[in-house]
Design a binder for this molecule. Sequence first.
Ligand code: 9MR
Length: 382
Amino acid sequence: MTMIDRRSVLAGSAALLAAQAAPAATAPDTLKAAAAARGRRFGSAFAWAPPGRDAGSFANPAYAALLRRDCAVLVAENQMKWQAVRPAPDRFDFAQFDAMVDWAMGNGFAMRGHTLLWAYSKWFPAWLNGADFGARPATEAARILTQHIDTVTKRYGRKIHSYDVVNEAVDPDTGTLRETSLSRAMGGTLPVLDLAFRTARAAVPHAELVYNDYMSWEDGNEKHRAGVLSLLEAFRRRGTPVDTLGVQSHIGLFQPTTDAGVLAKRLEPEWRRFLDRVTAMGYRLIITEFDVRDRGLPAAIGPRDRGVADFARAYLDIMLSYPQLGDVLAWGLSDRYSWLRGFEPRPDGAVARGCPYDLDLNPKPLRTAMLSALATGTRRAG
Ligand code: 9MR
């Protein structure tokens, strides 16, 4: 053996030893570390509540400990919505959201903003649904919208790096754009959405501007996915400044399912076709509201947690195979405070187990699946 050969063999075996030793020594054990290893941030929604309240709030020390352990980025579940910050046309109230931003900044978290326009009458404040836009409705509706976006975005400046500018503008049943009081006043939904994005870009040019929706990979979402693709195409045609598709990712096992992995394999090709078309248009991706609806799984906790974890792992592996995927946020860390408890109770009355931590804030197999998926995903590009 020549000197060079020997040296390279030695170097090779040293590298091998290091590689074998590395996982044990450095395998990330928090979601934020696993995400960071691939150039991403992991985070979660959180809430405002008065101190002492048993809530998914930063003021609840037990929940704050989970946020600190696993999250690098946070988003207010409800407190930046119009209903929260704009109780009347001429009145803003930022008390709760300010407190959340202050806490996030003071504790080293990044912040996303959700949402500057939830383009769905159901979630408009009553005053906006019933607004009288006067003699020049298009002008007045545009004024109310731009004033809203300017006021919110300029108040927080660089503290918020990414906004769900528009949320859920596509009707999932038809794939067409939803109508609202604003779209009726302005002569169509696209002009409203355009104005929202243009206003945000001008007000906070540093921020990532996201169109956020829940078109998901399960059967039955075909029209919703097609509608979102048409909207994204329309944005490109019109030069609307949209950077990223927010894939909410409230994924679900709705039908009785014995093997979540088999189901995931069946759903994968169509889902990849969707994501390929989105990224081919030059959009980036983020996961904005991840959790798992478990109605189709048995109540018994062992198989249920296994099914949730397997389904999530398969889904996240697909998402994380896209270098265009940026941050990954869960819609809450614990089943205890999840929206799923109230909005989508299981028919058998068992508490939904769609979050990485259980009712007692203990980690579940889902957290382990998320950890491995994040740690092994493709490195984020750009
Ligand atoms: O989780 C949120 C729940 O607490 C609110 O009552 C509801 C209405 O404001 O919104 C829920 O969050 C939704 C999010 O804002 C948009 N995507 C779907 C989420 C779950 O319904």
